[in-house]
Write a protein that binds this ligand. Sequence first.
Ligand SMILES: Nc1ncnc2c1ncn2[C@@H]1O[C@H](COP(=O)(O)OP(=O)(O)OP(=O)(O)O)[C@@H](O)[C@H]1O
Length: 446
Amino acid sequence: MHALTNPGTWFLVAVTVWLAAGVVLQHRSPVGHWYLVGYPVTWARIKWTWRPLAIERNLSLSRTGGRAMVGDLMVRGQDMRPVVPRIWISRPRRDGLTVRIRMLPGQTPEQYAQASEAIMHAWRVQQVRVTSPSRGIVVITAMTTDPLAGVITRDPAAGPVPADNTGDRPVLALLVGITEAGKSWIMNLRLVPHWLIIGATRSGKSTLIHAMVTRLAPHAVALVGVDLKGGLELSVYAPRLSGLATTREEAAEVFSALLDEVMDRMNTCRVAGVRAVWELPYPVVPIIILIDEIAELFLLTNPKDREEIALRDRVVTTLLRLAQLGAALDVHVIAGGQRFGSELGPLATALRAGLSGRICMHVNDPESAVMVLGDVWPEAVSQAQRITASERGVAVTADGLGSWTRARATLTNPAEAAAAARLHASLTPVLAGIARPEVVGGGGGE
Ligand SMILES: Nc1ncnc2c1ncn2[C@@H]1O[C@H](COP(=O)(O)OP(=O)(O)OP(=O)(O)O)[C@@H](O)[C@H]1O
C-alpha cells in the first residue's frame, strides 16, 4: 500500500499537526490551547482516573460489603468490582469544564468536597469546586486557571465612588470584589442582613471592610464602629462614623442606644402595619454596625471579676438582640475577627447563628473554617481550608443565589477608605444617644 493511502500515516500526520498546533498555541493563546489540547487530554485523564480515584477516596460502594462466603467461611476484603458513581463530562468552557455525578445511596456532597484536593491533582487542574445544584447530584467544576490569582483594584481613573443616586432609600448592595465565576461579588445587606468575616491575621479582613466602607460612605446610611483594640482599625473612617466605641463601657452605651432605636422602629412599623422599615411611606436611615475583632467583646481581663462579667454579658446580649431584631428594621451587624469559636461561650454560638452571612478567608487552623462555614455550607469547608496565606483577600462566601463561591475582594487601602469617609462626611447622620467620634485634624464633609 502506498504510504499516502495508509490510514496509519494519516493518523500520524494528524497527531503531529495537532501536537505542533498545541505547542504553538501554548504561549500565544492559552484559551485556544485549552480547547485544542487541554480539554481532550483532561477529558481522557478524567475518564482514566475516575475509577481508581473514586475507590481510593471512598466514593465507591461495595456490592457485597466486602464480604463473601466460601462454604461456611466468611471472607472479608475489598470488593473486586466496587460500584463507582457515574460521571458526565461537560463540553469545554473557556476556563475549564464541569463533571456531573450522580451520587450513590448514602453519599453526601461533603464526601466529594473532601476529595477535591486529590481530584485536583489527579486531573491536573488549578482549582476544583464541588457543589450540589440538586438532590442526589454533585457537580465538580474543574478550572484550568485560577480566576482569582491576580490582584483586583478599582480603576484609579474612575475617581472616588460617587455619591449615591438612589435617593434616600439606598439599595445596600455593595460591590466588594469579584467571584471565581468572573461576576461581581456583591454583599447585599437587604438579602443577608448580618455578616461574619473570619480570617487569620493579614488574610485581608480589614481590606474587605475598607472596600465595604468605600461603597457605603456615599449612601445615606449611619455607620457605627466598635473597635476594642483602641479604635486603631476603624478610626480611619472617623469623619463618616456616627459613633465609635473603643472600650466595652462605650460599646454598652452604643448598643443600648441602638436597641432603643430598634424598639422605636418596631413600634413605628407596628403602628403603620408594615413588616419592614423599607415598607414605610418615608425613609428610615439604615444603620450598619462594624465590629473589629468580635472576640474582644467576649474576652475578660479578669475572669473572676463579677462586674466585668456582668458588663460583658450585657454588651453581648444587647448585640445579640440587635442582630435578632435588626434585620427588618435596617440595622445590620458586620463583625470581623480571627476566630469566633464556641470556646467563647453559648452567647458567641448564638450570635454566630444570627450572623448568617459568612466570609471565610485564609485561616490558621482547620477548625476555624468549620466554625464559620460548617453550619451553612459544610461542603465549602475544605475549599476554605485550602486558601493559602499568600492568597490575601480570597474568601469563601455567599454567591447571592443561596449557595457559596470563592471570591476576591478589591484591594482597597486605608487611605482610599479614609478619603471616601472624608469626602462623604456631610452624609453622616446623628443618632440619638450616640456621640460622633472626634476627628483628628478636623476632616469635615465637603
Ligand atoms: N483583596 C486583596 N488583594 C490583594 N492584596 C490584599 C487584599 N487584601 C489584603 N491584601 C494585602 O494583605 C495585607 C493585609 O491585609 P489586611 O490588613 O486587610 O489583613 P487583616 O486580615 O485585616 O490583618 P489583621 O488581622 O492583622 O488586621 C494588605 O496590606 C494587602 O497588602
